[in-house]
Design a protein around this ligand. Structure first.
Ligand SMILES: Nc1ncnc2c1ncn2[C@@H]1O[C@H](COP(=O)(O)OP(=O)(O)OP(=O)(O)O)[C@@H](O)[C@H]1O
Length: 358
């Protein structure tokens, strides 16, 4: 699956643009976070991307086809959209609500069979919401409804899953379940795009991020080059520090907001510096299934890789990668590996000059 959004603009009124000249690409195996302040246009962007709203300028293409010219049925065969769980939902029971998700594949008038019912049970077990199966959707909490809507989307077995603030109404545990589900789907080859108000979630999960600013400007790229203290200041008007929390097996990045300031300037991608580092990226890998994706990723960085373990991965393997590269490339590769499921990553790096001087 490949989605391309090409030089697009949108405004509800011509005089007030919400999105201006936005371009990005999303492919199978990528997890993309969309960040931006309230009212910047994140929901609007998702609705335009899926064809629910029409771009004023530019186009979205799904596997090369202009989405404006695709029958909705063809779009919804490939794409599932999870809206924010606000507003009223019909008094359907949870089982029927999730079964609705299968209609993009089995057809609206087909009667779901045992296979579809088994899928509903399997999805609710994976998401930890089996207890809700016989309840009505208007009798469950906002967070529970959010989980049900995610199950409904997954029931359609989409190639592209788009979620609008999926974690916002959820407690810590359910946030983790949803984030883990997204990471697992991406590892299985699906593309996931999600709007979020949590830069931490972008840093810990997203291969790529897009920041939308008020007024329509946007920036897209690898998360480590986009979600930076400088861009948080410019987009949100918040001085923040990106800190690190180290556990026995992993280093987690988190954003600590310090104070509100005047937002000024347009977000910028971190420029590649020329300062070279010698770096060792050590990974504890618990899921050998990531091997093909890891190989593809290492190929993208091959000009910078001095050596890496060539042995096939096994359960609980320690793999090491030695790099000679600009600091941003080291950070970027370490980040992309860290968002694979079941991987713990630690990087040790020194400037090359220092290494040469001993
Ligand atoms: N149906 C509509 N008609 C006119 N203006 C709208 C409509 N929906 C949204 N807007 C406006 O468009 C802008 C972008 O709204 P949108 O909901 O896309 O922002 P958002 O980034 O998703 O916000 P939030 O983080 O608060 O959910 C806002 O200024 C909003 O007031």
């Amino acid at each position: 699956m490949k989605l391309t959004v090409e030089h697009t603009s949108f405004g509800y009124k011509k005089s007030t643009p919400v999105i201006q000249n936005l371009s990005f690409t999303a492919e199978s195996g990528q997890l993309i976070a969309i960040l931006g302040p309230n009212g910047a246009g994140k929901t609007t962007l998702l609705r335009c991307t899926t064809g629910l709203l029409k771009w004023n300028k530019g186009i979205s293409r799904l596997d090369g086809e202009n989405t404006n010219q695709m029958p909705a049925k063809e779009i919804w065969k490939k794409v599932a959209y999870v809206p924010q769980a606000r507003g009223s939902f019909a008094a359907l029971n949870v089982t029927d609500m999730i079964l609705l998700g299968t209609t993009s594949r089995v057809g609206v008038f087909a009667t779901p069979g045992q296979k579809e019912r088994d899928l509903v049970v399997q999805l609710t077990e994976e998401l930890g919401i089996q207890r809700l199966l016989n309840k009505n959707c208007n009798e469950i909490s906002g967070g529970e409804l959010q989980m049900v809507l995610i199950a409904r989307a997954l029931a359609g077995k989409p190639d592209l899953l788009i979620l609008d603030e999926p974690e916002s109404a959820l407690d810590f545990k359910n946030q983790l379940i949803v984030l883990n589900t997204m990471s697992r789907l991406v590892a299985e080859g699906i593309c996931v795009i999600f709007n979020t108000h949590y830069p931490d979630h972008a840093l810990s999960r997203a291969t790529h991020s897009l920041i939308l600013q008020k007024g329509g400007a946007s920036i897209f790229g690898e998360t480590s080059k986009i979600v930076t203290e400088e861009n948080i200041k410019k987009a949100f008007g918040v001085q923040a520090v990106i800190g690190k929390t180290e556990t026995a097996g992993h280093v987690y990045q988190s954003v600590v907001p310090l104070k509100v300031i005047k937002a000024q300037g347009t977000c910028e991608k971190v420029a590649d510096s020329t300062q070279q580092q010698l770096a060792l990226i050590s990974c504890i890998i618990t899921d050998p299934g990531i091997q093909p994706k890891l190989n593809t990723l290492l190929k993208q960085y091959e000009t910078y890789i001095v050596s890496h373990d060539e042995k096939p991965l096994q359960k609980a393997t320690i793999a090491t990668i030695t790099m000679s590269a600009p600091a941003e490339e080291v950070t970027s590769l370490a980040h992309e590996i860290s968002v694979f499921p079941g991987v713990a990553v630690k990087t040790t790096a020194v400037p090359k000059q220092e290494a040469a001087n001993g």
